[in-house]
Design a protein around this ligand. Structure first.
Ligand SMILES: NC(=O)c1ccc[n+]([C@@H]2O[C@H](COP(=O)([O-])OP(=O)(O)OC[C@H]3O[C@@H](n4cnc5c(N)ncnc54)[C@H](O)[C@@H]3O)[C@@H](O)[C@H]2O)c1
Length: 345
């Protein structure tokens, strides 16, 4: 018997990964699915053997007793859904982008606090297998105190087939992939005091920026470059994998797109194979992401069971959201934006 009973709201493209991952985890069970497109919810329930189907969140909350709610809808629906969900479940998980404005993000964090609920953001890049190992090695001091980092996500994959809305949104790659890269930057290098950014619209068919380069300066005085392009010509195409480079006083850790992690020190170099296994329900090249969803949801269970603190919590993710919003300001004005500690409070 699963310890935690939950509902998934939003049964679209990415939710399939949530559905597969929940099905494989023993301590949690989805007892209901909800999508305003009822056909999608019914199809998910049929395929994954889930008992109850809803096309309205209020009806879901009235009809089910839930330990957790997993929200996999797109950003505009998050504030109303999270604000209701925290009234009905102890744990609420919300996909990124958590919010489109700081005001919405703050309102959700406050709603969770007032209800005594835990809000976890589905930020899965830090849960990708190579990044879990990278973090462990940095924390063990294998390269000494970090001085410089780079996180890079560049490809030419046609994302618009699976996620057509990406071509329509005014704020595109900074809110989509930028949030992931900024979370990695904060995870490895600490909080940020200033940010500069240049954004580009390379594909005339998309509405928002499909490339950007940002420079972040951390409280420690160290620097991170985050760069992203959805319009690069690379063979083989590295989508959907992230490159990383972290230099410390005593060495460098370099993550290649095939999951190969190289540790450079004065004694030479060591190479570690960190590509994840392909889940039985998964496929390459998506397995880096699919495996991270399993790891993230395993972590969410650990949080529910009191074995871990949320990584990242809603409150923490407000700082990442602040960086993304500041990146737009920096790109629009050509200036460096200073981030006050109080900006997210
Ligand atoms: N973490 C990642 O790696 C990753 C990858 C892809 C997408 N995402 C995120 O996942 C979210 C969903 O993306 P997607 O590509 O699956 O979108 P999608 O449009 O395919 O699916 C969203 C679903 O939510 C439903 N929905 C919207 N509002 C609703 C509401 N109020 N009540 C019930 N159902 C509602 C829609 O009908 C749709 O079926 C986005 O925020 C996206 O950024 C995350």
């Amino acid at each position: 018997m699963a310890s935690f009973k939950g509902a998934l709201i939003g049964c679209g493209f990415f939710a399939r990964n949530h559905l597969h991952a929940w099905r494989g985890l023993e301590e949690a069970e989805l007892v209901a699915v909800c999508d305003r497109d009822r056909d999608r919810a019914e199809q998910a329930a049929r395929e994954f053997g889930i008992a109850a189907v809803y096309d309205d969140a209020e009806a879901l909350f009235a009809g089910e007793k839930l330990d957790f709610v997993d929200i996999a809808t797109s950003a505009p629906s998050h504030r109303p859904l999270v604000s209701q969900a925290v009234q009905h479940a102890q744990t609420v998980i919300c996909q990124k982008p958590f919010a489109e404005t700081l005001e919405d993000g703050q309102a959700m964090v406050e709603a969770a606090r007032a209800a005594g609920a835990t809000l976890i953001i589905h930020e899965n890049f830090r849960w990708q297998k190579p990044f879990v190992t990278l973090k462990k090695m940095v924390d063990e001091g294998r390269i000494g105190p970090p001085q410089f980092a780079r996180f890079s996500f560049r490809h030419g994959f046609d994302n618009y087939v699976n996620q057509p809305y990406l071509a329509e949104i005014e704020r595109f790659t900074i809110m989509d992939v930028g949030l992931h890269l900024f979370d990695l930057a904060r995870h490895f290098m600490g909080d940020v005091t200033r940010i500069a950014c240049n954004s580009q619209r390379l594909n005339p068919k998309v509405r928002g920026e499909d490339a950007f380069t940002a420079m972040l300066v951390h409280e420690t005085g160290t620097t991170t470059i985050c760069d992203c392009s959805f319009r690069s010509v690379i063979d083989p195409d590295p989508f959907p994998r992230t490159l990383a480079w972290i230099e410390g006083e005593a060495g460098t850790l370099a993550l290649a797109t095939d999951g190969q992690l190289t540790l450079h020190t004065k004694d030479g170099r060591q190479v570690f194979a960190e590509a994840p296994a392909i889940p039985v329900w998964g496929e390459a090249p998506w397995h880096f992401v699919q495996d991270s969803v399993i790891r993230f949801q395993t972590h969410a269970i650990d949080v529910m069971a009191g074995r871990a603190a949320a990584q990242p919590s809603g409150a923490d993710n407000l700082k990442t959201l602040t960086l993304a919003l500041s990146a737009y300001d920096a790109a629009a004005t050509g200036s460096t934006i200073h981030i006050d500690k109080g900006d997210t409070l």
